[in-house]
Write a protein of this length. Sequence first.
Length: 356
Amino acid sequence: MVGVFCCFTPTELMLAAGAVPVGVCGVSEEPIKDAEKVLPRNLCPLIKSSYGHVITDTCPYFYFSDLLVGETTCDGKKKMYEELSKIKPMHVMQLPNRASGKNEFNLWKDEVILLKEVLEKELDVTITDDDIKNSIKDKNEERKLLNEFYELAKLEPSALTSSELYNVSYQAQFKFDREELKSSLRKVIDDTKKRYEEGKCPVKKDAPRILVTGSPIGGCVKKIIGTLEESGASIVAYELCSSIRSNRELIDEDNPDIYEAIAKRYLNIGCACMMNNQKRIDLLDELIDEYKIDGVIDVALQSCHPFNVESHKIKDFVVNKKHIDYMAIETDYSETDTEQLRTRFEAFIEMIEDKK
């Protein structure tokens, strides 16, 4: 088992090694108080929760991981990895700050090759090119199914509740039998289509169509998704790490250079950690049109500086280029701001409804 922290980590290499990649990002507020004995309070709750689970021994995925793989997406994570390396074998991939340029690409390709070598050493295995090609095909099949699932929300009204759309994608990360995972995704897609065709749509016909973008929201699902649903919204797209952002693009299976193919696909992820992050804007542009979005909610976790700073750029694009409503929120894993968010969400949804 290999613990991973980010969608930039090429899990194809873990699968090629015969290992199970599993996400170990914390999504609970409970261990944060213990983490703050070492980490500063004004740090991202995802980082504190992850570290807190480790030092309190309350994350079985971390406990059973033979290796941890991180990446240099943010300074907080980098320093947290230093602490984790005192407890478990830890490998950190050096992610470039820019996604464009020959030097940046070559650096990342070398990091992909190095990860393969580290996995071979730490797990005592040999990874062949055929192993990698098979795992690329396997992951592409998963991504195709997830993208087909996401597209059920393009229907008007959406065939999926906001919670269904998020939960299926998020929980897919924790199904370790590859064939069972793909089979279960196929079944969910077919069952949802059948339900919709039978007229059993769970979404109100005129519900405002919302896109949620920004930081990972695994630790605040209830107060964001649940409260938005209760406010009358229909979230039809998640431009997030565990959803469309990390699954929309496939790896080129026809590229004879498998490391180049992997590096290119992962470096194309439009995360706010990148400078001049036009890829996120381009993806939002496509999603707003494809999913007929009425409003965008941009979420930044407390002290998540890349997404907080980039919110100004996102607002300018959404409001002035796409001419739809936009809201930015900053939150953490606690429930203390739930009612405040509810008031803001209700006003936002009412504003959109008044324009229809």
